[in-house]
Ligand binder design. Structure first.
Ligand SMILES: [Zn+2]
Length: 151
């Protein structure tokens, strides 16, 4: 059990005991002592309830962040299924996008280093007649020796 909740329940129990003690007390001085004790316990309980509320808000924030991270990972898992790690030249492997039927996204290569960090960074040639490809995210550059074909 969360310690703050346990402490609050203990305070509630104390309030019950004080209220029970009030029953049957005839002298005003004893009643006043119990009322003061009751007020003190109520203030203590309020503090514990505020601590519980604060802890709840903290945990709710952690839960929201965790759900966002989970959604991001699930989205990445869906996206990475569209890529195949392919050897495009001797000793050179990249992730190749595999469009499905009706998919308008053109086939392209993605940087293997960025891909491993859950980033899709398309490898582009600096100009149409160039034979090198550059990752603009991590600056990895690869020369395939001839114009590469897309699988
Ligand atoms: Zn990269």
């Amino acid at each position: 059990m969360i310690p703050e909740i346990s402490a609050a329940l203990t305070s509630v129990s104390t309030l019950g005991k004080i209220a029970s003690a009030l029953h049957g007390v005839a002298k005003q001085t004893e009643i006043n002592q119990h009322v003061i004790s009751l007020q003190s316990s109520i203030i203590d309980l309020q503090g514990k309830i505020f601590a519980i509320q604060s802890e709840y808000e903290n945990l709710a924030g952690i839960k929201d962040e965790t759900e966002k991270k989970l959604m991001k990972y699930e989205d990445w898992d869906r996206q990475k299924e569209r890529y195949r790690f392919t050897n495009v030249a001797d000793g050179i492997s990249v992730y190749v996008y595999e469009p499905t039927e009706g998919d308008r996204t053109p086939s392209h290569w993605v940087c293997p280093y960025c891909f491993e960090n859950h980033k899709k960074s398309v490898l582009n040639r600096p100009a149409p007649d160039c034979i090198n490809y550059i990752c603009h995210e991590c600056k990895w550059e690869v020369v395939v020796g001839k114009r590469a074909y897309f699988a």
